[in-house]
Design a binder for this molecule. Structure first.
Ligand code: KG4
Ligand code: ZN
Length: 333
């Protein structure tokens, strides 16, 4: 008999629903929230309200697009955390109500575990054990994956996430939120000719706050002598910032690969949409004999397909949760 899972994601500012049948994605529908642009970052209150508005149409559309009927769904997988409490509450409450309505079980999913398992939403799939660099607006981690639900965090950021480094720098440059994709676009036309302070942690942990401060002081100094410095050098500044962030990520990824001897290397999370990072991983992979896995952009940024994939593996193990479940703003892998 087939297993059909409905996945629901609402941890930050994207409302997403997906249908997975026997491990294959039939639909993955995401509503992005434009409202945060004007504030220069995600406003939790605005995000929860938008989830509330979007969740029913998004779930409806995902089910229609998949060509299944509600009565065929075997279980609902939802993001329990980590994320914004108000945003998570919308998804969790919706999952509970639908689970009662359809009389089917619920499966809780850790958003960070799901980013890693997004690699199983399409082919080719990584082989165990593999390493995954998960880089998003909220997290930066290197994870060793022994099996679908057996993961170990080898390194994490001690301050800002890589996506935050992009977004906060973008704010300094007067770019709209989220600045990551814009910096990526501008960087393609620029030259990485400016150098910034490099993080210097001995282990596999990351730090981006020093880089942000270094960029801030660099800009202040240059603007003193040329008030139009940013406008005149925007593409080169973006290329330099992007290069600095990529270098910081690649140094640790290479170190992790060397220390573990693992050559199956994956990258996940919103920042893995970055063209420079994709190129760097590809290039380094060819040099070092890695087999690299970079998901389609739709599966890199927040999406419910990854929630459904993770939910499917928990479903197969019979890992269900009850109606008393509550969201977790913080939740380690
Ligand atoms: O995974 P995600 O969609 O949401 C979180 O869980 O955080 O990641 C969003 C982050 C934002 O910081 C955004 O600026 C960044 O991913 N991002 C990018 C690119 N596309 C998205 N950063 C750099 N280059 C990109 N092309
Ligand atoms: Zn995410």
């Amino acid at each position: 008999m087939s297993v059909i899972i409905l996945g629901i994601e609402s941890s930050c500012d994207d409302t997403s629903a997906a249908i997975l049948k026997d491990g294959g994605i039939l639909s993955n529908v995401t509503a992005n929230q434009e409202a945060h642009k004007q504030y220069g970052g995600v406003v939790p209150e605005v995000a929860s309200r938008a989830h509330q508005q979007n969740i029913i149409p998004v779930v409806d559309w995902a089910i229609k697009k998949a060509g299944v009927s509600k009565s065929e769904i075997n279980a609902i997988a939802f993001t329990r955390g980590p994320g914004l409490m108000g945003s998570l509450l919308v998804g969790v409450s919706f999952a509970k109500a639908l689970s009662i309505g359809l009389d089917i079980p619920m499966v809780e999913v850790n958003h960070m575990q799901a980013h890693v398992l997004a690699h199983f939403a399409e082919n080719p799939k990584p082989k165990f054990p593999f390493l995954c660099l998960t880089v998003s607006g909220g997290h930066t981690q290197i994870v060793r994956i022994k099996d679908y639900l057996d993961m170990e965090v080898l390194g994490t950021t001690i301050d800002d996430a890589a996506g935050e480094a992009f977004d906060k720098t973008g704010k300094l440059l007067g770019l709209d939120y989220p600045a990551g994709p814009l910096i990526d676009k501008l960087a393609r036309k620029g030259e990485a000719k400016f150098k910034f302070a490099e993080p210097n942690l001995p282990n596999l942990d990351f730090s981006f706050s020093g880089l942000k401060t270094s960029i801030l002081y660099f800009l202040k100094k240059e603007i003193k002598t040329n008030p139009d410095f940013i406008q005149e050098n925007l593409e080169d500044i973006c290329a330099s910032v992007q290069q600095a962030i990529i270098n910081a990520l690649m140094i640790k990824l290479i170190k992790a690969a060397e220390e573990t001897g693992i050559k199956e290397i994956a990258v996940a999370g919103g920042v893995s949409a970055n063209s420079g990072l994709r190129e760097a991983i590809q290039k380094e992979g060819e040099k070092r004999g890695w087999k690299t896995y970079v998901p389609r952009i739709e599966f890199c940024t927040d999406n419910a397909a990854m929630i459904a994939v993770t939910g499917y593996h928990k479903y197969l193990k019979g890992e269900f949760v009850g109606q008393d479940i509550t969201p977790l703003a913080r939740w380690k892998i």
